[in-house]
Design a protein around this ligand. Structure first.
Ligand code: CP
Length: 307
């Protein structure tokens, strides 16, 4: 297989296990390019990419921009905060105006679930979802699974616990789809109020006790509490959340095995994850960030080749 099955990357739900393997094999090659003295290839020299971000981002935005520049694409960046969206311009008008500047691909983050699907139906460019509300964050899931594969050799057969605010997390949903497509077993763990009611119907194990989740898994992917998406109180206080669900070194020392710790960022240190774990030999958090550039290069390169 040399081509993706879709001209967009909207969600992991919409792509196949073969697509994911092709992205990983391509990312392996780009990792090698990124370790050369000259880290740039001319693959997307004639392609113009617009990164349009209607929500805050550090890692994803910088990672896409670096990936695009490493592929020699022309890049334009748009953030809604200082744009005419503030004057009432609609999403489709904003994007059509950007596209009239002859843009080939759009990487978009938006707070509304489904916004990239809406764009894909209405414009000709390739669309990459960089996170839509609480729905999906496909490149994060790809880089997470790719990081597990590089650390443990394979994703198939591994036990991955996703711990934290599952209810508001697009990373959780994309990770569940991606890990299951690759043959991993997935558990979600968190306070009952932060677990979607029907989450078990996705075929994941559900655990309320974080110590049991850590004892079960090979890999723990710790998620942040997304206070910005919580209109009501889901637990009494952050202090209480940390007491019951915060992961610290003492908990890892009590296990009879080594586990891998991941976090998509941004970390709220001392809340969901202590620094004695985040900065320890268990953690591959910065490897995830590094792998993100190669994964995004692979996605953009492959989408550009879809007829
Ligand atoms: N992991 C992630 O999406 O981080 P940012 O919000 O900083 O892009």
């Amino acid at each position: 297989m040399t081509e993706l099955s879709s001209k967009h990357l909207l969600g992991i739900k919409d792509i196949t296990a073969d697509d994911i393997q092709l992205i990983f094999e391509t990312a392996d090659n780009f990792k090698e390019v990124l370790n050369r003295p000259i880290k740039k290839v001319p693959s997307l020299r004639d392609i113009t990419i617009a990164n349009i971000f209607f929500e805050n981002s550090t890692r994803t935005k910088l990672s896409f921009e670096l990936a695009e520049k490493r592929l020699s694409a022309d890049v334009i960046n748009f953030s809604s905060g200082n744009s005419s969206v503030k004057k009432g311009e609609t999403l489709i008008d904003t994007v059509n105006n950007i596209l009239s500047m002859k843009v080939d691909m759009v990487v978009m983050r938006h707070s509304s679930v489904g916004a990239p699907y809406f764009l894909a139906r209405n414009i000709k460019a390739n669309i990459v979802n960089a996170g839509d509300g609480t729905h999906e964050h496909p490149t994060q899931a790809l880089l997470d699974a790719f990081s597990i594969r590089r650390k443990l050799g394979d994703v198939a057969g591994k036990k991955v616990a996703i711990i934290g605010d599952i209810l508001h997390s697009r990373v959780a949903l994309s990770n569940i789809f991606c890990l299951q497509k690759l043959g991993a077993e997935v558990m979600v763990c968190g306070p009952i109020t932060l677990l979607p009611k029907h989450i078990a119907s996705l075929g994941v194990k559900v655990e309320l006790d974080v110590r049991k989740a850590l004892a079960w898994c090979d890999v723990a992917n710790i998620l942040r509490i997304q206070l910005e998406r919580q209109q009501i109180k889901y637990f009494p206080s952050l202090r209480e959340y940390t007491l019951y669900y915060g992961v610290n070194k003492k908990m890892l020392d009590a296990l009879d095995k080594e586990i891998v710790i991941m976090h998509p960022g941004p970390i709220n240190r001392g809340v969901e994850l202590n620094s004695d774990v985040a900065d320890s030999e268990h953690s591959i958090i910065l490897d995830q960030v590094e792998n993100g550039v190669a994964i995004r290069m692979a996605v953009l390169y492959l989408l550009a080749g879809v007829k």
